[in-house]
Write a protein that binds this ligand. Structure first.
Ligand SMILES: [Fe+2]
Ligand SMILES: [Fe+2]
Length: 475
């Protein structure tokens, strides 16, 4: 069952041909998807042959095949990891019962909303990134952008399969609506705020894939614990692909830092004006981008205290990160969790029932992971003898959801008056001048092995190919 049938219109390992109605419904959705890709997918990429990996099995040792693919001919398919024997529901009030293979009626609408919300982020990020190909700093980077894009497209397929297979007519309607919403559209925006922000330049793209795709990792990991088995198996395979997106972001920012540090050493300066004249992104500006993307993405986890999150957990629909590795009762009847609190003009913490704090817990797991990545970035200046350290801002900095919504907090965790915030926030978030400067560096580099001045080449190529491999044939 792990082999994928590529002779079918829609590659899949779910035995699609055995269910004619479902197959027809998905084949009907397919041209609409391709039309969406034409309209909203990577700008001007239609004729390119791109060195892409395509999923060919869910076998951990050999799931992907690499080769040049004409972009719109990419084979988007439906892949779930195999059924694991008699899987059980591992948490919540149904703990110990067999995992659901069909949608439990009482949770139908909740489950559909979870799947639609996850599904909506996938095409949203493709839309956010659609113009970046025009300013790629190298063929290598352009290839990585397109790889991320086609896989986000495949993640949409994954969610639409679940909607079609398990939710009948309203599932099909949701499948169409996923192609109709548009990132940033005033009338019909994507569901979550962070997915309506612009990704206007490559520093933003790398921050997005490092930070926001990492939110994706944590959401998928929580859904991979789901008692609804088809959702769990779908998300498990998506996580395999997600790892590359995180790599693209982390290594992309690291390479920008590397290049800046090299120029700082050449010119023996940390003067922002001089560094900008030299065409590299000064480290304080990179820190500002980090502050922006970290705070906006933090909001995606929702309010610190949430009865919805409690319901998802109690019902067995969405678990915690690595649920089965946690040593507790997996029902959270009596345990507590510490959440931030704002009391007057003081920032503090309080204990609440753990069941209500699951958003905060997932956010904390994600923050730990982001912080580890930031520490890896810090090795770059350290190695080059430059005394600069990147730091994550305080959790309450620049937040729009939850307890911090009504207050202003500095990156180092001080509560600020409205006036102080107004006066200083441009020191902490990219301002128009910073954004215009970064934008001014974005010019397309098309020759194999060449890189824009603001970014260092990667240490190694993709799939053990050389760095100067022809990752893109522009035709
Ligand atoms: Fe995704
Ligand atoms: Fe992703």
């Amino acid at each position: 069952m792990s082999g994928i049938n590529y002779s079918e219109k829609i590659p899949n390992n779910v035995n699609l041909s055995s269910d004619r109605t479902l197959q027809r419904a998905l084949e009907h959705w397919q041209p609409n998807y391709l039309q969406w890709w034409q309209d909203m997918g990577p700008d001007g990429s239609t004729n390119f042959d791109v060195y892409l990996r395509t999923a060919v099995s869910v076998d951990p040792d050999g799931w992907a095949q690499f080769g040049h693919v004409k972009m719109p001919d990419y084979r988007w398919g439906i892949f779930l990891t195999p059924v694991e024997g008699e899987r059980q529901i591992n948490f919540g009030e149904h703990k110990g019962r067999p995992a659901w293979q069909e949608v439990p009626g009482e949770y139908r609408s909740t489950l559909r909303r979870i799947i639609v919300t996850q599904g909506d982020t996938e095409p949203a990020s493709v839309e956010q990134q659609r113009h970046l190909g025009l300013t790629a700093p190298s063929q290598y980077d352009l290839r990585n952008l397109f790889q991320v894009n086609v896989e986000e497209g495949r993640h949409l397929w994954a969610m639409v399969y679940l909607l079609h297979r398990y939710f009948g007519r309203d599932g099909r309607e949701e499948g169409e609506a996923l192609l109709e919403r548009r990132s940033g559209d005033a009338d019909n925006p994507r569901i979550l705020t962070a997915f309506n922000e612009k990704t206007p330049d490559w520093l933003s793209f790398f921050m997005f894939t490092f930070i926001t795709d990492r939110d994706g990792k944590y959401q998928l990991a929580a859904l991979a614990e789901s008692g609804f088995d088809p959702l769990a198996r779908t998300c498990k395979f998506m996580l395999t692909e997600e790892a590359h997106h995180l790599f693209v972001g982390e290594s992309g920012v690291a390479r920008a830092i590397q290049r800046t540090c090299e120029v700082m050493n050449e010119l023996r300066t940390d003067d922002v004006t001089k560094l900008r004249q030299a065409g590299v992104i000064d480290l304080p500006t990179i820190q500002k981008y980090l502050n922006f993307h970290f705070s906006v993405t933090s909001d995606l986890y929702g309010s610190e205290v949430s009865s919805n999150a409690a319901t998802y957990y109690n019902s067995g629909l969405k678990g915690r990160f690595e649920e089965t590795k946690i040593a507790d009762d997996h029902q959270l009847g009596s345990s507590t969790y510490r959440v931030p609190e704002v009391a007057g003009d003081l920032l503090g913490e309080r204990d609440v029932p753990a069941l209500n704090a699951l958003n905060e817990r997932l956010r904390d797991d994600w923050i730990t992971d982001v912080a580890a990545g930031v520490e890896r970035w810090n090795r770059v200046p350290a190695k080059l003898g430059i005394p600069f350290r990147f730091q994550l801002p305080h959790k309450g900095f620049h937040r729009k959801i939850g307890v911090f919504n009504d207050v202003h907090v500095s990156p180092d965790g001080r509560m600020l008056s409205e006036a102080t915030w107004t006066h200083h926030h441009q020191e902490w978030l990219p301002n128009e001048i910073d954004r215009a400067y970064v934008q001014s560096l974005m010019g397309r580099v098309t020759e194999a092995g060449q890189f824009a001045n603001w970014i260092a080449p990667p240490a190694v190529g993709i799939n053990r190919q050389p760095v100067n491999f022809d990752y893109i044939r522009f035709n």
